[in-house]
Design a protein around this ligand. Structure first.
Ligand code: SF4
Ligand code: SF4
Ligand code: SF4
Length: 453
């Protein structure tokens, strides 16, 4: 059975084979942003829509909200996620209308969570009040302390943005809005795991942290302009697509990524289990106990994280907003039909079905699952193409956390809190000499590494 083509007034139907729930990131301004972060591959996506104003029209906004809510009739919750570019450029009235539309189209007991991913620079008191009143969960992008953050996250004029972001965050705090931090990992902060983590935890007060590696893939022909920054100067720049096996100088190194995570983990495991949620660690623990959930990059299959452009075009994933991965337009084909399409199903299962032999043989595959297909452009040690660029870092990290993950999984199985593990670490640390090597594997003395407080 298909869904009626009468998209404006069609009956409420659930398409057989359609998923119960999915995560759709809507980009109401497309890739348009008020900043010009040097590593931003989003901005070049403007080239996909030449001449567009990049504003989601009211008609489409209504159509989108209605379809999204209808598609989640049987799900315990529906997430209305706004992202960009920079979604706050749309102005508050756009989001007020979104809430009105949700009231209009929600079934009586339907639970709705609104989320907003923002660079924070346009937030003010009025935004803070609105976001609180409507229980938004806000993700704010901060790359670390001032000099690290300002390395790449700059304004259109190349000016630092740290103060503007912190001002925006303070509006969220003033209004007690639920927020989390998204920190991208790159050449400028990749060697400073503990410092970045402690800044987020102690100076910002973050209790939910996501780390996203910056891997700017490029070709030999494009590396010069790519190294200069994908940013907003799209003229003369190529559209960022999944090609090439080189990375820009801003990208995080593979082992550097693993070391960063280990550095943070060694701090977290001693004092923050159960109080600070680091998405990567939670995902790892979920995989260790065999529970679904967590980050799509470390799930066996994917395909339930899609992206909606400002004009209704639906793409397989936010990282695949490019012509080959366009599923269709939700004003012409119902969203559910596009998500249940064989193209999208294959996109999701390909993640599992295209693993290299090296991955298939890997002892931490259950935790890693080969990483995101977008970054599988390296060669495996067996000489196969299609290996994840971060594989050496993944191996380092997953092997390093093996024992504590097993211990936390055992605590959970015994109906005890994983936080109990901190006591075992404290007693091991008490027996450690100040000049002993740090167990993080950095090669530094304990007193100069994770024992330094
Ligand atoms: S805030 Fe930076 S990374 Fe995010 S969309 Fe704008 S320019 Fe790109
Ligand atoms: S392609 Fe990558 S980012 Fe997109 S859903 Fe799959 S694993 Fe996640
Ligand atoms: S650690 Fe490397 S080999 Fe193992 S599953 Fe991940 S990407 Fe594959």
């Amino acid at each position: 059975m298909g869904i009626s083509a009468d998209l404006e007034a069609g009956p409420v139907l659930t398409l057989p084979g359609a998923p119960l729930a999915f995560h759709l990131m809507a980009k109401p301004t497309g890739a348009v942003c008020n900043l010009d972060c040097e590593y931003c591959f989003f901005l070049s996506k403007e080239m996909l829509y030449p001449g567009s104003r990049f504003r989601m029209a009211q008609e489409l906004q209504e159509n989108y909200i209605r379809q999204l809510l209808e598609a989640h009739q049987r799900a315990p919750e529906v997430i209305v996620a706004w992202q960009g570019g920079e979604p706050t450029i749309m102005g508050l009235d756009f989001f007020r209308r979104s809430i009105e539309l949700q009231r209009q189209y929600a079934r009586p007991d339907q639970r709705i969570l609104n989320t907003l991913q923002t660079n924070g620079t346009l937030l003010d008191d009025e935004w803070g009040a609105f976001l609180k009143q409507n229980d938004f969960l806000v993700g704010i992008s901060i790359d670390g302390p001032r000099e690290i953050h300002d390395t790449y996250r700059v304004s259109k004029g190349g000016k630092p943005t740290f103060d503007r972001v912190i001002r925006g965050l303070n509006y969220l705090k003033d209004h007690d809005v639920e927020w989390n931090v998204l920190t991208t990992l790159h050449a400028a902060n990749g060697d400073h795991g503990t410092r970045v983590y402690r800044f987020l935890r102690d100076e910002l007060g973050a209790t939910f942290i996501q780390f996203i590696p910056i891997i700017e893939r490029t070709t030999a022909e494009a590396i010069e302009i790519a190294d200069a920054g994908w940013g907003g100067h799209v003229e003369g720049r190529p559209l960022y697509t999944q090609h090439g096996n080189l990375v820009t100088k801003r990208s995080i190194g593979a082992e550097q990524y693993g070391r960063f995570l280990i550095d943070v983990f060694e701090d977290w495991v001693r004092r923050d289990i159960g109080t600070v949620y680091v998405q990567m660690f939670d995902t790892a623990l979920a995989n260790w106990v065999g529970e679904p959930g967590g980050m799509c990059v470390h799930a066996e299959t994917c395909g339930l994280q899609l992206a909606l452009e400002h004009n209704g075009d639906l793409y397989c994933c936010d990282h695949f907003v490019e012509p080959d991965y366009l599923l269709g337009n939700i004003t012409q084909t119902p969203m559910q039909e596009l998500i249940a399409s064989s193209k999208q199903v294959a996109f999701g299962t390909d993640k599992r079905d295209t693993l290299t032999q090296y991955c298939l043989d890997c002892d931490v595959r259950f935790a890693c699952h080969g990483g995101c297909p977008k970054d599988r452009f390296a060669s495996s040690p067996y000489g196969e193409p299609g290996q994840h660029y971060l594989c050496p870092g993944y191996k380092l990290f997953f092997h390093h956390v093996e024992a504590p993950m097993r211990a936390m999984a055992a605590l959970l199985a015994a109906d005890r809190a994983p936080a109990e593990l901190m006591r075992a670490y404290a007693s091991d640390d008490a027996a450690r000499g100040r000049n002993d090597p740090c167990p993080c594997g950095s090669g530094r003395k304990w007193k100069r590494c994770h024992g330094a407080g």
